[in-house]
Design a protein around this ligand. Structure first.
Ligand code: SF4
Length: 405
């Protein structure tokens, strides 16, 4: 079949425009003007990197306006589309998860808003899902959805900060008129008032005896993993509020021209946030020796980056294919080798890797020795440190978008 590049570019451009218009409308209707308050995701980002958090608060996002898509170069249309899919796929998943939870009959509020002013700074939390149970043992669960290409082994610190902020605000503002329920008349009410009005469920006037937890649901294309619970913690809430104040004041200083972006603190060392950061192109962290792109070294580095990208895509395809073949093997009741062409295949059960659980060993030794310090020192003496080795990091530079001309 003939592939018409001009027509396919046109289709991608149209789709990109649609994604951007939809994102602009959704943000305006659900989150309002984000430059007018500090949100929980700003706080999460600010706890990891102040430079990045302040830049996004100032709108240095690198995301073009929908009206500008017509003038973008094809590569930049592709970059913008890739970014929008990553940003918006979470909303599609959110819709499905909401339907699934509602089907259980659970009392669920989507996008509950908590709004406070702390030290003169407007702060808002938007809770993806709030689940409530009344009665003798009232309980509330906050669920925050995170869409991940692959489920992480542990949660990023920025996600955890968001959760502590949300659950801390819910508990501390419980009986204050800080809550609003979207698409209803319920604005600036207390949490029990909101729940009474929406579900006709009576909750106590104080949060003291309510079982409150927050959880993250990390969702990939085929897996969901909960992380939690996160409990209200006053010290963590205060750290979140201080970060909000710092972002707000720093952004104000920058708007007034009293501060430069590159004077702000930034996260040290290798950090996953840097790859996605819109202001990574001129970040002082990467004070780099610039090599011309068309030099031998420049070409080799570009080729290596491309090969690593292909390797990741290939590894994902291999993992999917292996999973499918294993499932099919079991479905056909496979017990023996299956052969085809030049290869044979068989699924076998391999014994799990044996490892020592350090905290379990410590507990056992403490109960045997009866002394925690001696146990810790004995364990440290038995530790072995591997030789330092070199590691090559490759980090993407998010350059400003170019026009098609
Ligand atoms: S590139 Fe990394 S260190 Fe620099 S501002 Fe962005 S997130 Fe922070």
């Amino acid at each position: 079949m003939q592939h018409d590049n001009t027509k396919s570019h046109g289709l991608l451009r149209l789709l990109t425009q649609g994604f951007l218009v939809h994102a602009e409308k959704k943000t305006a209707s659900e989150l309002g003007d984000r430059s007018k308050y500090i949100g929980m995701s700003d706080i999460g980002k600010g706890m990891e990197c102040m430079r990045s958090a302040v830049a996004s608060k100032l709108g240095l996002s690198g995301i073009p306006a929908a009206t500008a898509v017509g003038g973008l170069a094809p590569d930049d249309v592709a970059r913008t589309l890739e970014r929008q899919i990553t940003l918006q796929r979470g909303h599609w998943q959110e819709h499905g998860i909401e339907k699934a939870l509602l089907a259980t009959g659970v009392k669920l509020l989507p996008q509950l808003e908590i709004c406070i002013v702390h030290s003169g700074v407007p702060i808002k939390a938007h809770l993806d899902f709030t689940l409530v149970w009344g009665g003798l043992r009232p309980a509330v669960r906050i669920l925050e959805l995170k869409s991940n290409a692959r489920i992480p082994e542990s949660l990023y610190a920025s996600y955890e900060a968001q959760l502590y902020g949300q659950v801390g605000l819910l508990k501390s503002c419980w009986s204050e008129p800080c809550f609003s329920v979207p698409e209803t008349e319920l604005k600036s009410v207390t949490f029990p008032q909101a729940i009474q009005s929406v579900f006709n469920v009576a909750l106590p006037e104080s949060s003291n005896n309510v079982d409150i937890e927050a959880w993250v649901l990390s969702i990939s294309l085929s897996e969901v993993r909960p992380f939690g619970p996160y409990l209200p913690d006053q010290a963590m809430l205060e750290a979140c509020l201080q970060t909000a104040v710092a972002i707000w004041r720093t952004a104000g200083d920058m708007r007034a021209g009293n501060l430069e972006l590159n004077a702000l603190d930034y996260c040290q060392g290798f950090h996953p946030l840097c790859d996605w950061c819109d202001v990574n192109a001129d970040c002082p962290k990467f004070q780099a020796v610039n090599i011309p792109t068309d030099s031998a070294c420049g070409l080799e580095l570009e080729e290596l980056a491309m090969l690593k990208k292909q390797k990741t895509a290939l590894e994902e395809r291999i993992a999917e294919s292996e999973k499918r073949i294993r499932q099919t093997y079991h479905l056909v009741g496979g017990q023996d080798w299956i052969s085809t062409g030049d290869h044979r295949f068989r699924v076998v059960t391999v014994a799990g890797r044996r490892t020592l659980d350090r905290s379990l060993v410590a507990d056992k030794l403490i109960s045997l020795i009866g002394d925690e310090l001696k146990t810790q020192s004995a364990l440290e003496q038995c530790e072995k440190e591997g030789k330092p080795h070199e590691r090559l990091y490759i980090s993407k530079i998010n350059k400003p978008l170019k026009s098609a001309a």
